[in-house]
Design a protein around this ligand. Structure first.
Ligand code: NAX
Length: 332
């Protein structure tokens, strides 16, 4: 059997981690023959709850889990890790301004970036789930200068999965018949879910989604707002935010980093912008990417009409503002 790899999950006592840890432990991300040592980070008041999670991991009797390290200490959590799921963050509390939330979280990600820099392996792949995910990922990478910036990404896969499911549902086809739905920009309500370049496979032939839907105005209207607001709809129904689907998306995201994307298929993740599609450089912006050898490449040359251009600009503007605030807050 392969040598075990060390994988950290932050926010390990929280609800997303509760589903995610099980998926990792079953081999769904790193492979069914890859043993793992789980590093589980949370804050000191959560150590009791985390102990319960560790008991459950033990009681699952999972052969791939060869070690579990529960901790509130960053130097222990990030030591020698090869993959990092950065889920933990401060939730928005009643009366909290957006800026207060940003302030609390970028400071967490600054400290965790510094710890990754010091303790993690230099080839560590870091994915950020905790909100505001894009800007947290940007700050995390800025404070981990010895780790390549390309190793950091933020999750928009849940939005992509939601969008893919919505298109499949509209077309009355199975989920895996729909390919290449894109999420552009921020993981927030300014994101642009784009099925204009997506395809659907029917009877062995591939068709563009707009064509299959006879250019249904739904694609530029209700589809976009439904995906943008899906998180809020889940909260309204469940009285808690998405957790099972968020964990599945985190697993999908890291699995693609680890194993690559299938030929002819791309996936969305927030990565450092290089100015592609007229997006300002140095933002963590969600783009369509292909992945091979654990390296992503932004898909180039997709047509962007005036409608899409305006949507890309709105979400880029929001990310620029978040970045400016975050940089200022980290200097305080
Ligand atoms: P929970 O509140 O259930 O869990 C968060 C956990 O993080 C808690 O156990 C908390 O103690 C811990 N935590 C707080 N500060 C920490 C720190 N400094 N170091 C380590 N752990 C810390 O939230 P959950 O539902 O699991 O959501 C986690 C994060 O994911 C939130 O920020 C949420 O907004 C974000 N989401 C992001 C999504 C995305 O698509 N990018 C979708 C789902 C989710 O809403």
């Amino acid at each position: 059997m392969a040598e075990p790899i060390r994988v950290v999950v932050t926010g390990a006592a929280g609800q997303i981690a509760y589903s995610l840890i099980y998926m990792l432990s079953r081999g769904e991300v790193f492979g069914y023959d890859q043993p793992i040592i789980l590093h589980l980070l949370d804050i000191p008041p959560m150590m009791g709850v985390l102990e319960g999670v560790v008991m459950e991991i033990t009681d699952c009797a999972l052969p791939l889990v060869v070690g579990v390290v529960p901790t509130a200490d960053l130097s222990v959590a990030f030591k020698d890790v090869q993959a990092a799921f950065m889920v933990g963050s401060m939730p928005r509390k009643q009366g909290m301004e957006r800026k207060d939330l940003l302030s609390a979280n970028v400071k967490i990600f600054k400290a965790q970036g510094e710890a990754l820099d010091k303790y993690a392996r230099k080839d560590v792949k870091v994915m950020v789930v905790g909100n505001p995910a894009n800007t947290n990922a940007l700050m995390c990478s800025k404070y981990a200068p010895s780790i390549p910036k390309e190793n950091f990404s933020a999750m928009t896969r849940l939005d992509q999965n939601r969008a893919q499911a919505a298109v499949a549902n509209r077309l009355g086809v199975r989920i895996n018949q729909v390919k290449n739905v894109i999420i552009w920009g921020n993981h927030s309500s300014t994101q642009f879910p784009d099925a204009l370049n997506a395809t659907v496979e029917v009877g062995g032939a591939s068709k563009s989604v707009p064509q299959a839907l006879n250019n249904d105005p739904w694609l530029k209207e209700e589809f976009v707002t439904t995906v943008q607001n899906r998180g809020a709809a889940v909260i309204a129904a469940r009285k808690m935010s998405s957790a099972m689907s968020a964990a599945k998306a985190a697993a999908d995201h890291m699995k693609d980093i680890w194993n690559g994307t299938a030929p002819g298929t791309y996936t969305s993740m927030a990565v450092l912008s290089d100015g592609s599609y007229g997006v300002p450089a140095d933002l963590m912006f969600s783009f369509p990417v292909t992945i091979a050898n654990r390296e992503w490449k932004i898909v180039q040359g997709l047509p962007i009409d005036d409608f899409s251009r305006a949507k890309l600009d709105i979400t880029a503007k929001e990310l620029l503002e978040e970045k400016e605030d975050a940089v200022a807050l980290c200097q305080d």
